[in-house]
Design a protein around this ligand. Structure first.
Ligand SMILES: Cc1cc2nc3c(=O)[nH]c(=O)nc-3n(C[C@H](O)[C@H](O)[C@H](O)COP(=O)(O)OP(=O)(O)OC[C@H]3O[C@@H](n4cnc5c(N)ncnc54)[C@H](O)[C@@H]3O)c2cc1C
Length: 380
């Protein structure tokens, strides 16, 4: 059975997200970007109308929607502003390990927290010395009686200063490699955990990026997520499910670039005619449309497979790598179509260009996606 149609519910969900993007996000996105300010009020509205925490099951107060549903929403939120999209997606990134490995008690406490109260989760894997080489992390945990004690520093953590709880990956011993890593849930108000905002980003400037310091943070045994030593695997399984959401961000930004460019090309006149009459411009628009369709198909397929329980690392990586690389090129072409106006912040395409660049870096760089894909191909 093969179908490319969305259900009536999915169309309505997508339309709600698009309406929100147009009416609420686009008018204020430039302000939050320039001020490098977290869009608290805006996200509160999104939370109130049910556009956040979509995959949280109904028993914990969520809608229990699928990954494809969540992709459809993220696509349109990112049409408005990718920084807003990242703020929402990062909380989903934090809930995913709980959905995958949490006990009933952990799910009830931490997932319900997000649906009962307007707040966020954060996902702390990256450290100053370990990015792509996530298994090389240095944050440690030690068993002391009935508790664990965590020490270390996490860097570049989205929602780090606004989250009520943190997913923290830590190692028992670096010599143990992957097998030494476990995953913990740590409420932000735990003694010894402190956060500070990392400022000065090129794009997605309204999203909150933070340093998390853990100094003798004591958590109960029940804070461990999944079996001891399964943390690295859990981190990677999480990315398999969240990378298609990043593909959705690429779709949203690219759709916005295409819409803005199509409108501008019809309006802008040179040599006595709209620049849309020039084949060189038409071909850039056509290439954008082709690649947008391709990224949509790859991302929807990745989401659909995950919803069928057939998701795979490789398909999720296709969606993220292709989407990120094409979104950056298309945002650059969008500036080309706008000419010098596109280079200025009075027009929306320079922000798209800055915002898109981040997608090639976080949740595994474009190079790492290729490492993952090649490894699968070559492993036979
Ligand atoms: C705004 C922002 C938000 C983020 N949010 C989060 C978050 O919420 N949680 C979190 O845990 N992390 C987060 N990150 C961190 C992000 O996931 C890392 O930046 C990313 O994994 C890359 O790590 P790195 O920056 O240390 O680059 P490095 O790993 O140092 O890589 C540098 C360069 O070397 C290349 N490279 C490295 N290894 C290889 C290899 N084996 N083969 C080929 N090329 C390679 C990379 O592709 C890259 O081009 C965020 C980052 C940013 C910028």
């Amino acid at each position: 059975m093969f179908s490319f149609s969305l259900s009536e519910e999915q169309r309505q969900l997508k339309q709600t997200a698009r309406d929100f993007a147009v009416a609420e996000i686009i008018p204020v996105a430039r302000h939050y970007d320039e001020a490098e300010e977290f869009p608290h009020d805006l996200l509160r509205k999104a939370w109130e109308i049910g556009l956040m925490n979509l995959e949280v099951p109904a028993e914990y107060g969520g809608l229990g929607l699928g990954i494809l549903d969540s992709i459809l929403v993220m696509e349109d939120i990112n049409y408005g502003c990718a920084g807003v999209g990242t703020s929402m997606a990062a909380s989903d990134l934090a809930t995913t390990p709980i959905l995958l490995a949490g006990s009933d008690e952990q799910k009830s406490r931490y997932l319900s927290w997000l649906t009962n109260e307007f707040t966020f989760g954060a996902y702390g894997l990256t450290e100053p010395g370990s990015g792509s080489d996530a298994a090389g992390l240095s944050t440690t945990y030690k068993e002391v009686g009935d508790e664990y004690v965590l020490n270390g520093v996490k860097h570049f953590i989205t929602n780090g200063t606004v989250a009520s709880w943190h997913i923290i990956f830590a190692t028992k011993s670096k010599e143990m490699g992957h097998a030494g890593i476990s995953c913990f849930i740590v409420p932000t108000d735990t003694a010894g955990l402190s956060t500070s905002k990392m400022k000065g980003k090129l794009g997605q400037r309204c999203s909150d990026t933070a340093e998390i310091v853990l100094e003798d943070v004591v958590v109960p045994k029940s804070a461990m997520l999944g079996p001891e030593g399964s943390g690295f695997k859990l981190a990677m399984r999480t990315f398999d499910r969240t990378r298609p959401q990043i593909g959705a961000s690429c779709i949203g930004m690219t759709q916005r670039a295409l819409d803005e460019c199509t409108r501008y090309a019809r309006e802008r006149k040179q040599f006595g005619q709209p620049i849309a009459n020039f084949q060189a411009v038409q071909f850039m628009l056509a290439d954008m449309a082709i690649e947008l369709e391709a990224m949509r198909l790859l991302t929807y397929k990745a989401g659909w497979l995950l919803d069928q329980g057939q998701g795979s690392t490789i398909v999720s990586s296709y969606a993220k790598a292709f989407g990120a690389d094409r979104a950056v090129q298309i945002a650059s072409d969008a500036i080309q179509i706008f000419g010098c106006y596109g280079y200025f912040s009075d027009y929306p395409v320079e922000k798209l260009f800055r915002d898109a660049k981040l997608i090639q870096i976080y949740e595994g760089t474009s190079q790492i996606q290729r490492v993952v894909i090649a490894r699968h191909l070559l492993s036979g």
